[in-house]
Design a protein around this ligand. Structure first.
Ligand code: GLN
Length: 445
């Protein structure tokens, strides 16, 4: 009944472009099959969800919202999808994204733009746009996402929902179509922190198919979510909070007072401003470069729709020219330029060195505080036509600040914070790498 009800609700929002593909028949068959072996031990038993369309799903079209992958049906499941299936979660369909995970807006899916469910003049955010939309709209209680720069945590802020990027390697990336493997992280959207603990408990762990995955010490998170240690320290970067608009800034300072009144220590930490200012550039250098190599197999020959052409080079050129959207092409161009031998030395290797400095700065910060609080966005979801008009250049670093946690692999969660009518602005909470439980405990407070 639940599966049928969710399928019918999902079909009602089809015009939103948030859904790339429904999994109706399989979902119903799977639910019927499960009825025979009622397993009440799993909290995910029979719970419906959507997967971002860059997760490989066996027998179900997986396109990453790119024309080049139209018709691609993976012969295998991503490990995270298999684990959810083992727990009895029901895959309702695939959620749209900014093509190949590239973008933070929801305007770059090959199937059309996705707008904010609370206000269609505003962006929903991305790249996990469809997943955020479907959870915010109440169609499903959770959806998978991937986060390379902020693709879960920023849309969570724009949509008043919970979005978690666990530690790098906490969840296997096997079967997640890669964008930038040194940054890519599997995560989720939910409506509350307890649900997040449930889906993480189901999917965390080492996977022999992903050499970067690890056995996380954060296990049984649901049962431990309220047991936060009273000596946990909360930290914030004063300049970052002071650069926010008056209302949001005041909300942060009020929160710090509340935390203090509950007995927690709240500390101000320093962060090198030059490094903060470099985040956007370093993110682009690293992710665009890696994306060129990870997507080289989408050439119309090994993978992807094949365009006409008289020889190998022409087929590849035409397939890629027809198959990719503009945002993707721009990123490949910049990335390819960086991978040119000479440029690697002058640009890419330097970017990697600066990434190292950012990680060292974060290590220093986490020697002073257990939790780092960051604003995921400085405002509500922008209007579609205004999204390019930015705040003053000195504050531009705020728009890419969430990438910090991708550089060092920290767990990082966004939860609803300031309400503005139907819209809202989230707050983002980070902990040391592998301290995922602590991150969720802090969010639960
Ligand atoms: N805003 C980032 C970008 O445009 C987010 C991408 C991601 O995390 N997948 O690349």
């Amino acid at each position: 009944e639940l599966t049928n009800a969710v399928i019918s609700e999902a079909n009602k929002v089809k015009s939103s472009n948030a859904i790339n593909k429904m999994n109706e028949e399989n979902a119903i068959a799977f639910s019927k099959e499960m009825e025979k072996v009622l397993n009440t031990n799993s909290l995910l038993y029979g719970i419906p969800y959507f997967a971002k369309d860059n997760f490989a799903t066996k027998g179900l079209e997986t396109t990453s919202s790119s024309n080049i992958l139209k018709g691609y049906i993976p012969p295998f499941n991503a490990t995270s999808i298999s684990k959810l299936e083992d727990k009895g979660a029901v895959l309702i369909g695939k959620a749209a994204l900014d093509e190949l995970g590239m973008g933070g807006v929801g305007l770059y899916s090959c199937n059309g733009i996705i707008t904010n469910p609370a206000d269609s003049n505003r962006i929903v955010g991305g790249s996990s746009s469809g997943s955020a939309y479907l959870v915010a709209k109440g169609i499903v209680p959770f959806a998978t996402g991937s986060d390379t720069g902020d693709s879960i945590r920023k849309p969570a802020s724009f949509n008043n929902i919970v979005g978690f990027k666990p530690s790098y390697g906490a969840i296997s990336r096997y079967g997640l179509l890669p964008y930038s493997p040194s940054l890519d992280t599997v995560g989720f959207f939910t409506r509350n922190v307890e649900d997040m603990a449930i889906v993480c408990d189901a999917t965390f762990g080492y996977d022999v198919k992903d050499a970067t995955s690890h056995e996380n010490k954060s296990i049984d998170m649901l049962n431990n979510i309220s047991n936060i240690n009273k000596s946990v320290k909360f930290g914030y970067i004063k300049k970052v909070i002071d650069d926010l608009n008056e209302k949001v800034k005041n909300s942060y300072y009020q929160l710090f007072e509340t935390l203090k009144s509950k007995g927690y220590e709240v500390v101000e930490v320093q962060f090198n401003q030059e490094l903060l200012d470099s985040l956007s550039a370093i993110y682009k250098m690293i992710s665009f470069s890696e994306s060129v190599s990870t997507n080289a197999n989408l050439d119309g020959i090994k993978f992807g729709q094949r365009a006409a052409g008289s020889d190998y080079v022409e087929i590849i050129t035409n397939s890629r020219t027809e198959g990719f959207g503009n945002e993707v092409k721009q990123r490949f161009l910049v990335g390819a330029l960086n991978l040119n031998k000479e440029n690697q030395t002058i640009y890419l290797n330097k970017a990697k060195q600066v990434r190292r400095l950012i990680v060292e700065e974060l290590n220093r910060v986490f020697s002073k505080t257990d939790i780092l609080i960051i604003p995921p966005t400085d405002n509500v979801a922008p209007l579609i036509e205004e999204r390019k008009i930015n705040v003053s250049p000195e504050k531009e670093y705020l728009s890419d600040i969430l990438t910090l946690a991708n550089f060092n692999g920290s767990p990082s969660i966004t939860i609803p914070f300031v309400k503005e009518g139907k819209l809202g602005i989230g707050i983002n909470i980070n902990a040391k790498p592998k301290e995922d439980l602590l991150c969720l405990q802090a969010a639960k407070l």
